[in-house]
Write a protein that binds this ligand. Structure first.
Ligand code: GLU
Length: 474
């Protein structure tokens, strides 16, 4: 075996990238990339009823948005069915597997008997040692693994530790169904082996599968890869994360205005720790991620913490890069098109960029950024929030009308000049600054909260600012 770490992410295409899957992919990616290795992508599309190209596209879209890349083309598990079959036949030829002619009815009877006797349902091995000559006519057999009946199968899991499974509890599992299709258990083993996977990282709901899969590896005399079964993600209430908890797909997080870097940070921390650190760059995660600091119990998804993490990344991301993420976000939401349209001119883009530093301080998500920046693309006549409307009393309008005359007389429309003008005006009129600034904000933005008022004046520019002021005073 080479020293290169090869991991894989092996999602079943269910229509989106589940948030738990996103974290599994992230761990597989961190573990491999942090060690100079590579992550492969295998689409477990053997369930033909559920596997659509759309579902595959959604997975790829989710991973791409998360910034998790894989080596080479995605591998289709379904496309490898012939190879799976070949391995099953090889095992039969080697005496490690056998044809089983038990009928569906016999299998049902076996299950019912087991239930009646209070035993777990298990195949009774009735074809394990029979000769091919006894095969009934016209029945296509399944292929079963001749699993060891004594001793135990030990999984040295990197997260869960040493887990022992008594072999008597692992029955002769089916490798090929009687219709010739490979089972999931066989397909996973053959694929992982053929892909050269050195580390299998996945949810701990696959732990019992690991024992059965180990038996197939042993039957083929293949090395069993290292395994790391990570605990599942639970909702804030402690129950397994489900639709009931709201967003379960990565694309929903994109539409809620989270940044991929924040998602990576939050998801990495959800189930793994590095001292007391909460914020780590992707480079640090690549350097530090390992299984010894992964928890063994499920982690609870905490939306508040995700929002705080995201707020941190919003502030730390440079304005131009944030704009790129903002556009991706706008493309993902229903009402993004008009804003994208507005942003399509270089002037407007510059307008937003100039206000970005002030806007991002006030936003934990891109949704909040969009709402906070909306005055920039609002068109006249401006609509006013009720509270803003209230601020524009007759008295306030009179004040603003006077101020507008002063502002109009300005030669340079700069932060300093507008600030001096507003402050001097308030002084002269013996007004508290708020008495001027609050209606000014309302008139310019239609809202009661916004970035600093001079940022707003500069962001909107001279013409638009004066036009809005005049309109509000009218
Ligand atoms: N396709 C499986 C799932 O989506 C993962 C199987 C594996 O990682 O071995 O849960």
């Amino acid at each position: 075996m080479s020293d290169t770490v090869i991991t894989r992410f092996a999602p079943s295409p269910t229509g989106y990238l589940h948030i738990g899957g996103a974290r599994t992919a992230l761990y597989s990616w961190l573990y491999a990339k942090g060690r100079g290795g590579k992550m492969l992508l295998r689409i477990e599309d053997t369930d033909r009823a559920r596997s659509t190209q759309e579902a595959v596209d959604a997975l790829i879209d989710g991973l791409t948005w998360m910034g998790l890349d894989w080596e080479g083309e995605p591998i289709s598990q379904f496309a490898r069915a012939d190879r799976h079959k070949e391995v099953a036949e090889q095992l039969v030829a080697a005496g490690k597997a056998y044809y089983c002619y038990a009928t569906p009815q016999e299998l049902t009877e076996m299950r019912e008997l087991a239930r009646a006797e209070g035993r777990p349902p298990r195949y009774d091995g009735r074809w394990r040692n029979r000769d091919a000559s006894e095969a009934p006519e016209g029945v296509s057999p399944a292929v079963r693994l001749k699993a060891p009946q004594e001793g135990e199968t030990v999984i040295n899991d990197q997260v869960q530790g040493t887990i022992k499974f008594p072999n008597k509890d692992l029955d002769d599992l089916v490798l090929l169904r009687s219709d010739g299709t490979p089972t999931y258990m066989l397909a996973v083993v053959v694929d992982d082996h053929d892909m050269g996977v050195t580390h299998i990282i996945r949810g701990d709901d696959h732990l019992t599968n690991a024992a059965r899969q180990a038996l197939i590896y042993q039957a083929m005399s293949w090395d069993v890869p290292q395994m790391a079964h990570i605990p599942l993600i639970h909702g804030p209430d402690g129950a397994k994360l489900s639709k009931r908890h709201g967003a379960t797909g990565a694309e929903a997080y994109r539409a809620m205005g989270y940044l991929p870097a924040a998602m990576r940070n939050y998801l990495a921390r959800l189930g793994w720790s590095h001292g007391d650190d909460e914020i780590f760059s992707t480079e640090q995660m690549l350097e530090w991620f390992d299984f010894d600091a992964c928890g063994k119990s499920p982690s609870r998804f905490d939306f508040q913490k995700l929002a705080n993490t995201n707020g941190h990344y919003m502030r730390a991301t440079d304005d131009a890069e944030l704009l790129v993420h903002f556009k991706v976000f706008l493309n993902a939401i229903e009402d993004g098109a008009p804003i994208l349209q507005w942003l399509s001119t270089p002037e407007n883009e510059t307008t937003l960029l100039n206000s970005m530093a002030a806007l991002k301080e006030r936003a934990k998500t891109l949704v909040e950024l969009k709402d906070g920046a909306s005055y920039l693309w609002a068109t006249r006549p401006l609509s006013f929030e009720p509270k803003a409307e209230k601020l524009l009393s007759d008295e306030a309008k009179a004040i603003l009308a006077n101020l507008t005359t002063k502002l109009e007389a300005l030669n340079d429309w700069t932060m300093e000049a507008t600030e001096t003008t507003v402050k001097t005006f308030a002084n002269e009129q013996e007004l508290k600054l708020g008495k001027v600034a609050q209606p000014l904000r309302a008139a310019l933005t239609g809202k009661t909260t916004s970035p600093g008022i001079y940022d707003v004046l500069i962001g909107l520019g001279r013409d638009e600012s004066l036009a809005r002021l005049k309109e509000a005073c009218a």
